[in-house]
Design a protein around this ligand. Sequence first.
Ligand SMILES: NC(=O)c1ccc[n+]([C@@H]2O[C@H](COP(=O)([O-])OP(=O)(O)OC[C@H]3O[C@@H](n4cnc5c(N)ncnc54)[C@H](O)[C@@H]3O)[C@@H](O)[C@H]2O)c1
Length: 417
Amino acid sequence: MSTSKVKDAALAAKGHLQIEWASKHMPVLNQIKKRFTKEKPLKGLTLGACLHVTKETAVLVDAFLAGGARVALCGSNPLSTQDDVAAALAEKGINVYAWRGQSTEEYYWCVEKVIDHKPIVTLDDGADLVGTIHSKRTEALSKIKGGTEETTTGVLRLRAMEKSGTLKYAIVAVNDTYTKYLFDNRYGTGQSTIDGILRATNILLAGKNFVVCGYGWCARGIAMRAKGMGANVIVTEVNPLRALEAAMDGFTVMPIAEASTIGDILVTATGDVSVIRKEHMQKMKDGAIIANSGHFNVEINIKDLEELAVSKRTMRSNLDEYTLKGGKKLYLLAEGRLVNLAAAEGHPSEVMDMSFANQALCTEHLAKTEMSPKVYPVPREIDETVARLKLNAMKIRIDELTSEQKKYLTTWEMGTI
Ligand SMILES: NC(=O)c1ccc[n+]([C@@H]2O[C@H](COP(=O)([O-])OP(=O)(O)OC[C@H]3O[C@@H](n4cnc5c(N)ncnc54)[C@H](O)[C@@H]3O)[C@@H](O)[C@H]2O)c1
């Protein structure tokens, strides 16, 4: 029997339509679902998932059910759940514990509800499920065969656990596949972060100074899309190679201390803490808009902003105005949580199609493989399978190596001719 807790069960009909719309744009996952329906590779498996509860995640859950699994699901961020989708999943009988606008206590209550279902494989986006199992709910460890991790920050946390000897089961780092980070982190975060900023503010980007903190996979996408909208993009970095790449890609590179004096919009996507803090806020222009697209709400130091502010009001949904001493106003989007999920709908379905195809195939891989407690890369065949399925779905054909080329590429004898 389902023991779900969602905001409003009456939203289910709307949620089903949303899921149907997403599914139409997820051909790779649907091809995998078709095979899962026949082969039932996940038969008898209980999956515990801590993922953003969106229409795309619902399509992934469907594929798992088709493969014979049972699923318990909670959100991986207090502000990212799509309540209509959560209601639809609950109506289908999935054990779902998620609603938008949770307190931290409620968020972890939901994570623990998922653990109550005694998962055999865990799926994480940020490693909060693995973290809770290893700290508070160690009794669950004996049943668990392995897990997957969706995002950069989660993989970093898990590698730290592996290094300190605390990781007790195998994790496959889905984030690190080419078909995930190149498309999801870059094109997905790029487009949806701009979408979130526009939905929250409806400002014109053309002609604005748009500061992107970081030049990793996500930030590259954000910078590229902001430039496409006519903004004057400035990048801040700590890594000399990435900074150089940003400069050669045509962006202005400078330290955040300088960028904060000229930025009209400032967006963090670093996976790091306190990237924008008090000393930067003090120098910002009146009216500057600050947003984050990194996993946790730690990239903008919100405590500093609260301390500097003499008053605060909510201007529109996902847009808070902070008035500082002297009257300067700064605007924070989506409480500093990932703006693309909190103020928009997260990545487009076409992008999640590939990320979640990796999730589905990695879960199958974990189900049939014995693995010791380590963080593993995704097998290369899975990455290539996902890329081929996507190309098929896009009706794009590619060349194949001739036998002469295969030989040439694997021998050393032939040089200058
Ligand atoms: N919003 C989303 O939907 C979404 C999607 C995927 C990943 N993420 C999250 O976004 C974050 C970034 O992911 P990524 O894949 O781009 O990581 P990445 O490791 O590719 O890039 C991070 C970059 O930030 C830089 N950096 C670190 N500290 C910095 C600082 N103080 N100032 C400036 N630059 C700094 C690093 O040098 C690096 O180049 C992670 O938290 C990840 O989990 C969010």
